[in-house]
Design a protein around this ligand. Structure first.
Ligand SMILES: C[C@](O)(CO)[C@H](O)COP(=O)(O)OP(=O)(O)OC[C@H]1O[C@@H](n2ccc(N)nc2=O)[C@H](O)[C@@H]1O
Ligand SMILES: Nc1ncnc2c1ncn2[C@@H]1O[C@H](COP(=O)(O)OP(=O)(O)OP(=O)(O)O)[C@@H](O)[C@H]1O
Length: 284
């Protein structure tokens, strides 16, 4: 038997850090949604007790460092599964980009293996398992749009934002999420974006209000470390995107665009100096 699962990328429409916790993580408030840029997982049962990861992408680990491997190992151990699985990852989401590529693969593996091995695990239980693998994994289990709190694992579902184009551009640098959080000074954040304002904008289905409510406190850290991210933001604004923000800990910058006619100019303008550019829709 084979199971196919899509693993979409996420963007953070807002991200606020409230304080550093005793366990080393940061208490956050974020509103996340999915975009139509996905990895594709194929999961095939193996009669022997093994987890094999393969991928067409040459630049990701295929051993126990792969989050899909960790997801398979976790579910196998927790539910005493004695057979194995071969997971093929058809990667499309850029790696270490702030788009939760690895987290979404882990979530898709948990969803798919639940079906492959007929375990009957509820979504709520899958989210609890997912939290053991990473803070973004619980959101990626259910997807949609949500307000995340705690370290990212406490989720309140929201309606999807009004449909629009999303231009994603990733400069050729790798950003470590741990390093970015490590440099945040939670008590010195000058401006906190408002989760309430973004939630209201989404509930009002107002594209303009969504653009006005965009904000990410991790930008201050990543933009200081990598000025090319700020350059990319400024270029996207100059080319006419309606709202522009860095996703997660970066370095991917996204631009929200309501009018399709504006998309080619922004896309082509960015492609002039950035290789990794995508024009996609929100996954609504
Ligand atoms: C930046 C975001 O992607 C935005 O959605 C997430 O907040 C991070 O999610 P993630 O990559 O799944 O993060 P994890 O794998 O759980 O943690 C990576 C590292 O980031 C830091 N981290 C992460 C989440 C959080 N709320 N506080 C933290 O300080 C911790 O140092 C942790 O060791
Ligand atoms: N299935 C996977 N796909 C991509 N990267 C993976 C995967 N498994 C492990 N990794 C490793 O995880 C690291 C982060 O990659 P990933 O693409 O998940 O980052 P990200 O998009 O910044 O995630 P987040 O937004 O959740 O912080 C990379 O160094 C990569 O080697």
């Amino acid at each position: 038997m084979k199971i196919y699962e899509k693993a979409p990328a996420k963007i953070n429409l807002m991200l606020d850090v409230l304080h550093k916790r005793n366990d080393g993580y940061h208490e956050v408030e974020m509103i996340m949604t999915m975009v139509d840029l996905s990895d594709r997982l194929t999961m095939s049962e193996l009669p022997r007790d093994a987890i094999i990861i393969s991928s067409q992408a040459g630049y990701i680990p295929l051993d126990e460092k792969n989050l899909a491997f960790q997801a398979a190992r976790l579910i196998k151990e927790r539910y005493n599964v004695s057979t194995g699985v071969h997971i093929h990852l058809d990667k499309h989401i850029p790696v270490a980009a702030g788009l939760a590529g690895g987290s979404s693969d882990a979530a898709a593996a948990l969803r798919g293996l639940n079906k492959l091995w007929r375990l009957g695990i509820s979504d709520a239980e899958l989210r609890v398992l997912g939290a053991e693998l990473g803070s973004d994994v619980p959101f990626c289990i259910t997807g949609g749009t949500a307000l995340a709190s705690g370290r990212g694992e406490l989720l309140k579902p929201l309606p999807n934002p009004p449909q629009c184009w999303v231009i994603l551009a990733k400069p050729p640098i790798n950003v470590s999420t741990a390093e970015v959080y490590g440099r945040v000074k939670a008590d010195q954040i000058a401006h906190h974006p408002s989760a309430r304002q973004m939630e209201n904008a989404i509930r009002n289905a107002s594209f303009t209000e969504v653009c006005n409510a965009l904000g990410n406190v991790l930008e201050d850290v990543t933009l200081k470390l990598y000025p090319e991210v700020e350059h990319l933001k400024n270029s996207m604004i100059r080319l006419g995107a309606d709202g522009v923000l860095m996703s997660g800990s970066g370095p991917t910058v996204f631009g929200l665009v309501s009018k399709e006619a504006k998309v080619p100019r922004i896309y082509n303008g960015l492609r002039g100096f950035c290789k990794d550019v995508y024009a996609v829709r929100l996954l609504t």
